[in-house]
Design a protein around this ligand. Structure first.
Ligand code: SAM
Length: 274
C-alpha cells in the first residue's frame, strides 16, 4: 500500500529544498509533476532519477487512475512547479482519491509563498484567511471584499503583477485604506516587501511597475475594542459619566477598558471637562 507524498519544492531559491524532500523524491516509485519539463530541471539539479509523469490542472482527473495504480505498487510523490502541492496547485482531488482508496497521504513540508509572505509581513498572524487568487473583474472583487471586509482576520491573496494596481485600487475602495503588504519575489534576488496603507503601496507601484510574483497581505477589520476613540468621542462619554454622578477615578478606570486611552490620559480629560 503505497503512500502519496506531497513534496514542497522551492519558490525561487534552490537552497530551500529539504534533504527529506530530496530523499523522498529519490525513493518514490513515481513522481507526478505539474510540469514535467520544469520539474526535470529540479531533479537534474539534485541528481534524482525517479520516473516522472504529468499531473496538471487539465489532465488531473484522467490521470488519477494511473496514479492510483502506481500507488498500489509503491510510493508516489506529487510536486507542483513551486511551493506546496494542493495549495492553489493541483493536488486536492488526488489527495481525496488516495484517501478514498485507503492510501496514506503524507506531507513533506517546505516552502509556500502565502505562508512565507504572511510570516514576514508584520501583520497579525494569529488568525488569517487565505483566499488564493483575487478574481479578475472589479465587480467580482467588490463582491469578495464585501463578503470578507468585516472579518477581523488578516487576508492573504495571490495576484499576478499586471493586476496588482487594479487589485490595490479596489482594496482601497472596498476595504478602506488599511495596512497592506505586497510581498514580491520571495526568496529570490529581488525579494521585496512594500508595507504601508493601501494608498501608499499603490503610489509605490504606480511609480515602480509591478514585476515578478506577488502575494498581497491585508490587515483584517480592526475589532471595535482595538480602535482608539477620538478625543471628541471620549469627551462625550466623560460628560455622560459625569452627569450620571460618577467619580473621576471610576470614569478613568471604566473608559480605559473600552476607549483605547489610558487611565492617566482620561483622568486629565475628566479634570478638564469638570
Ligand atoms: N502552491 C504554491 C505555494 O505553496 O507557494 C502556490 C502556487 S500559485 C499557482 C503561484 C502563485 O504564488 C504566484 O502567482 C504568486 O502569486 C505566488 N508566488 C509563488 N512564488 C512566489 C514568490 N517567490 N514570491 C511571491 N509570490 C509567489
Amino acid at each position: 500500500m503505497g503512500t502519496l507524498y506531497l513534496v514542497a519544492t522551492p519558490i525561487g531559491n534552490l537552497e530551500d529544498m529539504s534533504p527529506r524532500a530530496i530523499r523522498i523524491l529519490r525513493e518514490a516509485r513515481l513522481i507526478a509533476a505539474e510540469d514535467t519539463r520544469h520539474t526535470r530541471q529540479l531533479l537534474t539539479h539534485f541528481d534524482i532519477h525517479t520516473p516522472l509523469t504529468s499531473y496538471y490542472e487539465h489532465n488531473k482527473l484522467t490521470k488519477q487512475d494511473a496514479i492510483l495504480a502506481a500507488l498500489s505498487q509503491g510510493d508516489v510523490a506529487l510536486v507542483s512547479d513551486a511551493g506546496t502541492p494542493a495549495i492553489n496547485d493541483p493536488g486536492y482531488e488526488l489527495v481525496k482519491a488516495a484517501l478514498d482508496a485507503n492510501h496514506p497521504v503524507s506531507p513533506i513540508p517546505g516552502p509556500s509563498a502565502p505562508i512565507a509572505a504572511l510570516a514576514a509581513s508584520g501583520l497579525p498572524t494569529e488568525s488569517f484567511l487565505y483566499l488564493g487568487y483575487l478574481p479578475r473583474k472589479t465587480s467580482e472583487r467588490k463582491t469578495l471584499f464585501e463578503q470578507v471586509g468585516q472579518f477581523p482576520y488578516t487576508l492573504i491573496f495571490l495576484e499576478s503583477p499586471h493586476r496588482v494596481l487594479d487589485a490595490l485600487t479596489d482594496m482601497e475602495a472596498f476595504l478602506g485604506d488599511r495596512e497592506v503588504v505586497a510581498a514580491r519575489e520571495l526568496t529570490k534576488i529581488y525579494e521585496q516587501f512594500v508595507r504601508g496603507p493601501i494608498s501608499q503601496v499603490k503610489a509605490h507601484f504606480t511609480e515602480n511597475e509591478p514585476r515578478g510574483e506577488f502575494v498581497l497581505i491585508v490587515s483584517g477589520q480592526p475589532s471595535v475594542s482595538d480602535q482608539q476613540w477620538t478625543e471628541i468621542q471620549l469627551l462625550a462619554a466623560i460628560q455622560a459619566s459625569l452627569q450620571s454622578g460618577k467619580k473621576s477615578k471610576e470614569i478613568a478606570a471604566e473608559l480605559a477598558e473600552t476607549s483605547g486611552w489610558n487611565k492617566k490620559e482620561i483622568y486629565a480629560l475628566v479634570t478638564r471637562a469638570k
